[in-house]
Design a protein around this ligand. Sequence first.
Ligand SMILES: [Cu+2]
Length: 313
Amino acid sequence: MALPLVAFAQGAAADVEPAEPVRWQLNMTPGVTHTAQMAYDAHMFALWVCVAIGLLVFAAMAVAIVKFRKSKGAVAATWSHNTTAEIIWTVVPVIILVVMAWPATAKLISQYDTRNSEMTIKVTGYQWMWKYEYLGEGVEFTSRLDRESDALRQTGQVPTLAANPRYLRDVDNPLVIPVDTKIRFVITADDVIHAWWVPALGWKQDAIPGIINEAWTDVKAPGIYRGQCAELCGKDHGFMPIVVKAVSKQEFATWLAAQKAKNAPVAAAPAAAAEAAPAEAAPAGEAAPADSAPADEAAPADAPADAAPADAG
Ligand SMILES: [Cu+2]
């Protein structure tokens, strides 16, 4: 009974991130999503059913051992068949299993129900990194082991918790998502089978080349949630961690806008090229290539590249 207190004290002392497991932890964490909470609830329900069965069985054993012991003159029963008893010990476990399976099935179905999601993120596994695409937003990037861990693992030095608290658990570009938003994930791989797993989100999904798997999440609390590839995928399987940074909706909108601005050279290029184009390279007429159009005719910076005349270039 004291162990959780010890764990709590250790967790508080070590400044552990929310949803991170702590030393001597005895139970699952409830996680930070609806799905994780469902898994936790199913687990706790099954646990208490097991506790009740355990108490009944061990109590019956104790009564049998103490009350009907040989020294009190008990004689072994001689019956070998009892239809009533057999029906009871078959029907009762079946009822218990149905009572547990019914809510568990409902939860499983809901776990795969990606309808009404507000945004979609495509996750692609590579040897040995992840690629994230915010579908419809034009934002994508890869996420790989942070350089510090990568350098340290190749020096042969032994990392310590004090000097390298996030050894092999940090990435260069974390996946940034908004809280309180139903996010659909479509998960695949480009080379071999990987699996995308962040325990605090409550699920693990295989990333298989040629197949799109689905999952969804709705993170309740802002924070940093860590995971890793969960399918043996080659020699660097242990070196492709996952970091999910859940932020407020407002912060996410700001971040996404910044990413769009950073990732949008296609839209900005024509105007920039036009400004730099020498006058003689811009003949009058409709045959002017889009990238050498006169400055006064240049498309606004935010216009898409395909806004140039169809016959240009
Ligand atoms: Cu992998």
